[in-house]
Design a protein. Structure first.
Length: 202
């Protein structure tokens, strides 16, 4: 007797197929540019029939957005494992640490660098991967009380803008240099600190 839709067995099989599809997409991103990948490429690499792949991800945008969400989850866990990032003695050091740890993660995961910093990511992909609420919460609950820093008015927008500036500077470095060199990371740090300083030091 075949499984009916939505049974635990089907759900498990669906999760496994999604995992294989995302894994195949990551592998392809380590070999070629974002714009060179097709759903047919992913189906062939993953071993998932095209019809099944289209059921899970009807477009490349949906597929890349799902991978961006996975990137977000992995990067957030990476920050949790690097708690020294949040033991900064100044807010400038906090911004510096956030960017440095992010850069290390990108260098260790070239597919994510191609996905998010190659200048080809859509706004939907970027929205899936932004950590502004995470860093805003750390600032409000950890750094501000410990260091006696002011709470920033309209901080949701300020932290989003800060991360967008940092993301743009890192992206410029990758597009210009072909990879994320230390000089590009330092420029992102300067830009992020300059913008945040307009509000934290106000």
């Amino acid at each position: 007797m075949s499984d009916s839709p939505g049974t635990p067995r089907q759900q498990k099989r669906g999760r496994e197929r999604r995992r294989l599809i995302l894994q195949a997409t990551r592998e392809l991103l380590s070999e070629k540019g974002l714009e060179e990948i097709s759903l047919s490429d992913v189906a062939e690499r993953s071993g998932i029939p095209p019809g099944s792949l289209y059921h899970f991800y009807p477009s490349l945008t949906k597929l890349f957005s799902a991978l961006a969400a996975q990137f977000y989850a992995e990067l957030r866990e990476h920050f949790r494992q690097n708690e020294s990032t949040f033991r900064a003695s100044t807010w400038q050091e906090y911004v510096h640490n956030v960017i440095q740890v992010s850069a290390e993660f990108y260098r260790a995961h070239p597919p994510y660098q191609e996905l998010m910093l190659s200048g080809k990511a859509t706004e939907e992909m970027k929205r899936k991967a932004r950590l502004d609420d995470f860093f805003r919460t750390v600032y409000r609950r950890v750094l501000a009380p410990r260091l006696g820093l002011p709470l920033v008015e309209n901080d949701r927008v300020i932290f989003l803008n800060t991360l967008m500036i940092i993301e743009t500077m890192l992206s410029v470095a990758v597009i210009r240099d072909g990879s994320l060199h230390e000089a590009g990371v330092k420029e992102a740090q300067r830009a992020g600190e300059a913008y945040m300083g307009l509000y934290v030091n106000a």
